[in-house]
Write a protein that binds this ligand. Structure first.
Ligand code: SAH
Length: 556
C-alpha cells in the first residue's frame, strides 16, 4: 500500500484544510469551511476571499494575507507553498497539534482556477495530512446571482468553464492580474462548435480577443452574453449583450476584474430570473450608526433587502462610573417589586454583572418591566419574560403603564386616580448614566420608592472606521440611519466639519420623534421618520422611500 499522509490512525485530525471561501457573499461559505475557520490556528488567505469570513476565526488566530496589495510585493506561488508548509510544520511541532488546523482560504472553489491542486500536491509531498473543502465557484454563483442558469433544458446540456487568462506569447510569462496562473491553451474552434454555455474566468482584459475568436470560429454573432462583476457582493454589476457587443459594452460600463463572462442562450432567461439585482434596496448604500457592541439587526435586514451596509459605531458601552453601586443594587434586586429596563444595553450590562456576581434568572425582582419591544426582546434573549412592556420606546408611556399595573394591584383603582397608589412599592431602574428624568419623576409623584441606578454609560468612540469615513467623504452614501438621539449627536461630534456637510447631503432616516428632534437641532433634519419606532418600522420607512423613488423614475 502506498503511504498516504491523509490519515494517521494515531493522529486522525487533519493539519491543513484547503477551503473554498465562495464567491464573496459570506452566506455562501460551507458549514465545513466555517468549522475549519473556527478551529484555525493560522489562516492564509487571498484577495478574493471575503475578509469578513475571518470573523469566524478565534481572536488568537494568525491571519496572513497573501493576495495582491497596491505597491506591495506579492508572494509568488512558491513562496505561498513554502509558507503553507512552514505553518503546518509549526503547528505539528506545537502544543495545538490535533486541536487546531492551518486553513488555506481561497476565493470560490480551491480547485477551480485557484491553484489549489498544486498546493495540495505540495502538502502531500511534505507528508502533511489535509482535507479539501470545496466552495461555490464564481462561475456558478456569478451567473446564479445575475439570474442566469448555467444549464437549462430548453437551451443547453453543456457548460464549460474556461480561463480567459492568456500567456504572453513572447516571454512565456503569464499576463493578467488574477489569482490563478493557468495557461490559456483554449481551443476556440472546439468551443464555438460545442456551443452550450461558456463561462470565462479572468477574461475581462481579453474579452475583445475572446469574443472575436469565438465569432471567427463560427459562433453566431447574436449569441447572448453577459458579464457579471463583483458577483454576489452588494456592488454586483451586470452588463448584457451579444457575443458581438459584449466586449464594448463591458468597456463602456468600465467593468474591471473580478468578473465572470457567460456566453450562451441561457443568458436570455435573466429577464425572468434576475432576483438579486431586483431587490428593493439594491444599489443603495446605507450607513448604520449604532453602538459598538450591538449586533446590527438593522444592518442584517438591510443587507437581505439588497443594500450595501456600512457600519458606523457612534456609541461605546462602558461600565458606569460607580460600578460598586451598580453591583450592590443588582445583587439586591429581589428586594424590589419591580425592576425596570429602558434599553437593551441596560439588560445586557445587568446580565453581565449578574454573571460576575454568580446570580442567574432566579435573582430578578418579582416583576420585570421594559420600555419598547427591543428591550423586551433583550430580556427574552436572556430567558426573562417581561411582565410589563411599554409599546413605544418612550419613558412616559412606561410610567403610566406601571402606575396602571401596580395601581390596579394595589386595589382596583382606575389608572386616572392611581397617582397616590404606588406607595409602598419599590422600583429599581437599571439604566444609562445619563437618562431622562421623566420616568423617575412620574413614579415618585405616584409615591413609589424609586432607585435609579446607572448600570452602564455611553462614550463616543475616538473615530469612525476608515470605510465609513471614506464613504461619507466620497459621497457614495445614500442613507444614514439614526436609532437614537445620541447616535446623531455623537456622529456630529466625531466628524470633522467638511464631513458634517456631506451628511447633510445624504438622506437621513430617524427611528422616532426624539431622534428627529436631535437631528433637527444638529442641522440634519430627517428625510423620513419611522412610523413604528423600532427596527421593523425603520425598514418599512426605507422601503416606502425606495418605492417612492422608483415610482419617480430616479435612480437615487
Ligand atoms: N477559485 C475561484 C476562481 C479564481 S480565478 C473560483 O472558484 O471562483 C479569479 C477569477 O474568478 C476572477 O478573475 C473572476 O473571473 C472570477 N471571480 C472570482 N470571484 C468573483 C466574483 N465575486 N465576481 C465575479 N467574478 C469572480
Amino acid at each position: 500500500m502506498t503511504k498516504t499522509p491523509f490519515f494517521d490512525l494515531e493522529r486522525p485530525y487533519p493539519v491543513a484544510a484547503l477551503v473554498g471561501a465562495g464567491p464573496g457573499d459570506i452566506g455562501l461559505m460551507t458549514l465545513a469551511g466555517a468549522k475549519a475557520l473556527s478551529t484555525a490556528a493560522v489562516v492564509i488567505y487571498d484577495a478574493l476571499a471575503n475578509p469578513a469570513l475571518l470573523e469566524l476565526c478565534g481572536s488568537d488566530a494568525e491571519l496572513i494575507y497573501v493576495g495582491k496589495r497596491a505597491r506591495e510585493h506579492t508572494l509568488s506561488q512558491d513562496e505561498i507553498n513554502a509558507l503553507l508548509v512552514r505553518k503546518c510544520r509549526d503547528l505539528m511541532n506545537g502544543p495545538e497539534y490535533q486541536k487546531r488546523c492551518v486553513v488555506r482560504l481561497k476565493g470560490g472553489d480551491p480547485f477551480v482556477f485557484g491553484r489549489g491542486g498544486e498546493e495540495g500536491q505540495v502538502l502531500t509531498e511534505a507528508e502533511i495530512p489535509f482535507i479539501i473543502i470545496p466552495g461555490i465557484t464564481a462561475g456558478i454563483a456569478g451567473p446564479a446571482y445575475a439570474g442566469i442558469p448555467v444549464t437549462h433544458r430548453d437551451f443547453t446540456s453543456t457548460v464549460t468553464f474556461i480561463t480567459g487568462h492568456q500567456r504572453d506569447a513572447g516571454s512565456g510569462k503569464a499576463t493578467g492580474t488574477q489569482a490563478g496562473d493557468e495557461t490559456s491553451d483554449v481551443n476556440y474552434d472546439a468551443l464555438a462548435k460545442l456551443g452550450g454555455t461558456l463561462v470565462f474566468y479572468m477574461g475581462v482584459k481579453n474579452l475583445p480577443d475572446i469574443t472575436q475568436k469565438l465569432i471567427s470560429s463560427g459562433m453566431a454573432a447574436t449569441t447572448p452574453a453577459a458579464v457579471v462583476r463583483m458577483a454576489t457582493h452588494p456592488e454586483q454589476q451586470t452588463v448584457v449583450g451579444t457575443v458581438e457587443t459584449i466586449a464594448e459594452a463591458a468597456e463602456k460600463a468600465k467593468i474591471k476584474a473580478p468578473a465572470i463572462t457567460v456566453i450562451g442562450k441561457v443568458v436570455s432567461v435573466r429577464d425572468e430570473l434576475n432576483w438579486f439585482e431586483a431587490r428593493p434596496l439594491f444599489g443603495q448604500t446605507v450607513l448604520v450608526t449604532r453602538t459598538r457592541q450591538q449586533a446590527s439587526e438593522l444592518g442584517e435586514q438591510l443587507i437581505n433587502l439588497g443594500a450595501k451596509v456600512i457600519e458606523a459605531p457612534t456609541i461605546e458601552i462602558v461600565k458606569p462610573t460607580d460600578r460598586q453601586a451598580a453591583l450592590a443594587a443588582i445583587d439586591n434586586m429581589r428586594a424590589y417589586d419591580c425592576v425596570v429596563f429602558t434599553s437593551p444595553n441596560g439588560v445586557f450590562s445587568t446580565w453581565q454583572a449578574m454573571e460576575e456576581l454568580e446570580l442567574d434568572g432566579r435573582d430578578f425582582a418579582a416583576s420585570v418591566a421594559a420600555i419598547g419591544p427591543a428591550t423586551a426582546d433583550a430580556l427574552r434573549s436572556i430567558g426573562i419574560t417581561p411582565d410589563i412592556v411599554a409599546p413605544d420606546a418612550i419613558g412616559e408611556e412606561l410610567a403610566s403603564e406601571l402606575i396602571d399595573y401596580f395601581g390596579r394591584k394595589n386595589g382596583d383603582v382606575p389608572a386616572a386616580d392611581a397617582d397616590m397608589n404606588l406607595s409602598g412599592r419599590r422600583f429599581l431602574l437599571l439604566r444609562a448614566e445619563i437618562a431622562r428624568p421623566a420616568l423617575v419623576d412620574m413614579l415618585r409623584k405616584a409615591h413609589a420608592e424609586v432607585h435609579d441606578v446607572p448600570v452602564y454609560q455611553t462614550r463616543i468612540p475616538d473615530a469612525l472606521p476608515p470605510s465609513a469615513v471614506e464613504a461619507i467623504g466620497n459621497g457614495t452614501v445614500n442613507w444614514i440611519t439614526f436609532t437614537s438621539a445620541s447616535t446623531a449627536k455623537n456622529l456630529h461630534t466625531i466628524l470633522p466639519e467638511e464631513l458634517r456637510a456631506m451628511v447633510g447631503k445624504c438622506k437621513r432616516l430617524s427611528i422616532g420623534p426624539m431622534t428627529s428632534q436631535a437631528m433637527e437641532s444638529l442641522g440634519w433634519p430627517p428625510t423620513a421618520e419611522a412610523r413604528e419606532h423600532n427596527i421593523p418600522g425603520m425598514i418599512q420607512a426605507l422601503l416606502h422611500e425606495a418605492m417612492k423613488t422608483q415610482a419617480n423614475g430616479s435612480g437615487k
